[in-house]
Design a protein around this ligand. Structure first.
Ligand code: CTP
Ligand code: MG
Length: 322
């Protein structure tokens, strides 16, 4: 079976707020795009890789990732994915769609997704248990009013790569209503069953400056990102292969903590302190220097929530699959 990986990398990275599109931002000496493609190559599952970038950066991308097919994307993520599907051609039996914005995704995640598609599932996504308590709110006025507390044991935070048989991905995108936030969402809407395999904290999406900082810390600490990333992902892999969702959730906590404490020994504590003012920031910004820094950092999150609908494929973070 021929496997093609489509890498949507044509977004502008609005929430990251850098001067260049997100995939072209530095991640420890190479671009996020290069790191992402290197991860795919390391995974060893792909016969071909198609990279989808902004039209004016096609030549740059061809220089950065010469062993891939590079094509121009569209205004919305799903349009970029369709450009990738076209470029992958009719020979790909299995198509993986993998966000460039998840450059630290360990090889084992690719393997699990491909294995599940090979085993007969038409649509497969990696997902993680959710650690936070989740509440549904009515955001219409004032401080958001809590409507309900959602049962998190039944929820998964969905990542990429998302794997499909060719016919399933074609059908999903033929029915694109523009409402789904990922490819599996499109598949669901046209009645295709989607299955979840264990994801990995390292498959985190770089969305905000905070995410970029964490990813850079991980890479800096690793030195060689791929090797250490794989080592780190092992416990998560074992955790989630457990059939008990609750146990997996508890066991995955150290892996989460591990990310917040990347870097030197004091980094975890500093990160933790800094995140507190960001929380307060949502209700009333503090005026200490820590509060001000947190406020600046949290701005992309505010923009995310207010401008999501205008951006089309960028629903609020609490509605999207991160
Ligand atoms: N993407 C794409 N084409 C688009 C929009 C997004 O290929 N028109 C890609 C992004 O490059 C990214 C992935 O889809 O790899 C997930 O999107 P997201 O994280 O939202 O990235 P951006 O759209 O670049 O960021 P933002 O929404 O903050 O502008
Ligand atoms: Mg986007």
């Amino acid at each position: 079976m021929t496997v093609s990986v489509i890498v949507p990398a044509a977004g502008s990275g609005t929430r990251l707020g850098q001067s260049k599109p997100k995939a072209f931002v530095d991640l420890g000496g190479r671009t996020i795009l290069e790191a992402c493609v290197a991860g795919i190559v390391e995974a060893g599952v792909a016969d071909t890789v198609v990279v989808v970038v902004p039209a004016d950066l096609v030549d740059d991308a061809r220089r950065l990732v010469p062993d891939t097919t590079v094509v121009a994307g569209g205004a919305h993520r799903s349009e970029s994915v369709r450009a990738g599907i076209d470029a992958a051609g009719p020979d790909a039996d299995i198509l993986l769609v993998h966000d460039a914005a998840r450059p630290l995704t360990p090889p084992a995640v690719f393997a699990r997704v491909v294995d599940a598609v090979r085993a007969g599932h038409r649509a497969v996504v990696p997902g993680l248990p959710v650690a936070d308590t989740l509440k549904q709110v009515d955001p219409s006025s004032g401080p958001e009013r809590v409507v309900a507390t959602v049962d998190r044991d039944l929820l998964r935070a969905i990542q990429t790569p998302q794997g499909f048989t060719r016919d399933a991905l074609l059908r999903a995108h033929a029915d694109d209503t523009g409402l789904a936030t990922d490819d599996a969402g499109l598949a669901e809407r046209c009645g295709i069953e989607v299955h979840v395999v264990p994801g990995d904290p390292l498959a985190m999406k770089i969305t905000t400056p905070w995410d970029l900082r964490i990813a850079r810390d991980i890479v800096a600490e690793a030195g060689s990102a791929g090797r250490v990333a794989s080592e780190r992902s092992e416990p998560a892999y074992r955790d989630h292969s457990s059939s008990a969702g609750r146990v997996a959730s508890e066991r995955s906590e150290p892996a989460y903590r591990d990310h917040s404490s990347a870097g030197d020994s004091s980094a975890g504590r500093v990160a933790s302190e800094r995140s507190e003012p960001a929380y307060r920031d949502h209700s009333s910004a503090g005026d200490s220097s820590a509060g001000r820094v947190a406020s600046e950092r949290s701005e992309p999150a505010y923009r995310d929530h207010s401008s999501a609908d205008r951006l089309g494929d960028h629903p609020p973070e609490h509605r999207r699959h991160p």
